[in-house]
Each structure stands twice: as structure tokens, then as C-alpha cells.
Design a protein around this ligand. Structure first.
Ligand code: ATP
Ligand code: MG
Length: 272
């Protein structure tokens, strides 16, 4: 005879997410880990923890929607994945345009709905809905987007799960203004801003975390060079530059790094 315990065990072990294993996909989004390069990063993580705690508390149920918004490459996806992993919720699933390449509009809408329906089967679920504008196939040329996908997202993000079910959705975007224009913004209970790196101190903090790339002297030189200039770089871009520094001679690295930042417009002389 099949008991309730069997059902619960099946939920835990047999109901696999439609798009790959949660843990592995989450880890691939988190990458090499989160560097707390400034208290603003800690604040974002704290906001995630607060949302998780709030939803877990006995007097809160239904859906709790959170939005992480920040410029492209600022690390919104990794931060959202980190929050999902740390939520400790038994059911975590990712809804990302990466997993839906080539889907027709209808297939995409059905897939999004299924992700929510699957989440409703667990008492505590967490969904990472990555790159909302990508899911909606938004393009600024035109501009165009899929209204059908927008409507599915709007309905599902507003809808309460069945009784005694709690659902945390952590969404990401680099186009908050677009979400506002299409009327999706009001569905989010908490909106948290993710920033780019903009000071020499923050930059050096990241560089210190990238294993043995620069000497103390180099770090001092970099911080000095950046002082008084306009710095604006996403963590993803910064780590990508750092990943090639290992191929550069040690004594050439600081010069190469600074030239590269300037060449790509990440640091500028003008403060206007
Ligand atoms: P895109 O605009 O392409 O969607 P993104 O803003 O979502 O990019 P991620 O894909 O999250 O950026 O990449 C950020 C990378 O930086 C990840 O590999 C992550 O491990 C690393 N990382 C290190 N520290 C942080 C941090 N404090 N916040 C976010 N990501 C970090
Ligand atoms: Mg992303």
C-alpha cells in the first residue's frame, strides 16, 4: 500500500526538475562563489535571507516575490542562485531563457506554467526566474517582446499557491524600466538593487580574492591609478579580465590590467 510517507519521499527524490538537476544548475550559476566586495553585496544577501525567513515563519504563507535588478554583468544571476541555495527549501527550480532556446511561444508559456505547478507540489518551494526580459524575448529595437509570456509571468507571479504551500520566487532583470513599462513591477514584494563596482577600494577587494594575481605593491598602484577616475565595471566582466591575467608576466600584470580597463571604457578620466 502506498502511504503518505511514500508520496513525500517521491516528491523529495523522484520528481526531478524538467530542466536538469537543481543543485548542479544552481552551482553552475553561482560559479566560483560570491565575493562580498562591499557592504552593498552583504545587504543584497541579507535581503534574500529576510525574504526566506519571512516566508518560513508560521504566520506567512502564499507567494513571496523578490526582484534583483542591476546592470548587465553585475552578478544578479549568481546572487539569486546563491539565495535559492541558501534558502534550504526542499524544492528549488530554475526558470531561465537558457533552458528554453528554440521553444515556440506556446511551449515557453506552458513550460513556465509547469515550473510553477511543480513548485506547488512541495510545501516550501523556491523558484529562480532568471533574466525576465530574456524570457519575454524583449528587444529594444522596435521595441518588441512576447506579450503571451508576459501574461503568463504576471498571472503566475500574482497567483497564490494552493493552501499550506509557500512559494518564494527570486527573479532577476537588467531592464527594470522595461518591467515598469509593461506593468510587471507591482507584482514584486521586494525589489533589491545590485550595483557595479565603482571605487578603487571595491576593485582591490575583488582582486584580493582572486588568488595571488597581484602583489601588494601592484594593488596599491591600481588603487592609486583608479583614484579620481570614473570606474564602472560588473563583477562578471572584472572576473573575466582576471581570468586571463595568469597568462601575463607577473611584472606586466598591473599595467596590462589598467590599460585593459581603460581601453574597454571601464575607467575614464572625466568625472562628468
Ligand atoms: P548577465 O548580465 O549576463 O545576466 P549577471 O549579472 O547575471 O550577468 P552572473 O552570470 O551572475 O552575472 O555572473 C557573475 C559571476 O561573478 C559569477 O560567476 C559569480 O560566481 C561571480 N561573483 C563573484 N562575486 C560575486 C558577487 N558579489 N555577486 C555576484 N556574482 C559574483
Ligand atoms: Mg544573469
Amino acid at each position: 500500500m502506498v502511504s503518505r510517507a511514500d508520496f513525500l519521499s517521491a516528491l523529495e527524490t523522484d520528481i526531478k526538475p524538467a530542466f536538469g538537476s537543481n543543485e548542479e544548475v544552481l552551482d553552475s550559476y553561482i560559479g566560483t562563489g560570491i565575493i562580498i566586495w562591499d557592504e552593498s553585496v552583504q545587504n543584497v544577501l541579507n535581503a534574500g535571507e529576510l525574504c526566506t525567513k519571512t516566508l518560513k515563519s508560521p504566520n506567512c504563507d502564499g507567494i513571496f516575490t523578490m526582484l534583483l535588478e542591476g546592470p548587465p554583468n553585475s552578478g544578479t544571476t549568481a546572487l539569486a542562485a546563491h539565495m535559492c541555495k541558501n534558502s534550504g527549501f526542499p524544492f528549488v527550480k530554475i526558470c531561465s531563457p537558457d533552458e528554453m532556446v528554440g521553444f515556440t511561444e506556446t511551449a515557453k508559456c506552458l513550460a513556465i506554467k509547469k515550473i510553477f505547478d511543480d513548485a506547488y507540489k512541495s510545501e516550501l518551494s523556491c523558484l529562480l526566474i532568471d533574466d525576465l526580459e530574456g524570457l519575454m524575448e524583449y528587444t529594444p529595437v522596435g521595441p518588441r517582446f512576447s506579450n503571451a509570456v508576459l501574461q503568463v509571468l504576471r498571472v503566475m507571479l500574482k497567483k497564490n499557491p494552493p493552501k499550506k504551500r509557500k512559494l518564494l520566487t527570486i527573479c532577476t532583470t537588467s531592464r527594470a524600466s522595461m518591467l515598469e513599462e509593461v506593468g510587471l513591477f507591482p507584482v514584486f514584494r521586494v525589489v533589491t538593487r545590485v550595483n557595479n563596482i565603482s571605487t578603487g577600494k571595491q576593485l582591490v577587494h575583488v582582486l584580493l580574492n582572486v588568488n595571488d594575481t597581484f602583489s601588494q605593491d601592484d594593488l596599491g598602484r591600481i588603487e592609486k591609478e583608479v583614484k579620481g577616475k570614473r570606474l564602472w565595471i560588473g563583477i562578471k566582466q572584472l572576473l573575466a579580465i582576471c581570468s586571463i591575467l595568469g597568462q601575463i608576466e607577473r611584472h606586466e600584470r598591473a599595467r596590462f590590467f589598467l590599460e585593459h580597463l581603460e581601453e574597454k571604457g571601464f575607467i575614464r578620466d572625466d568625472l562628468s
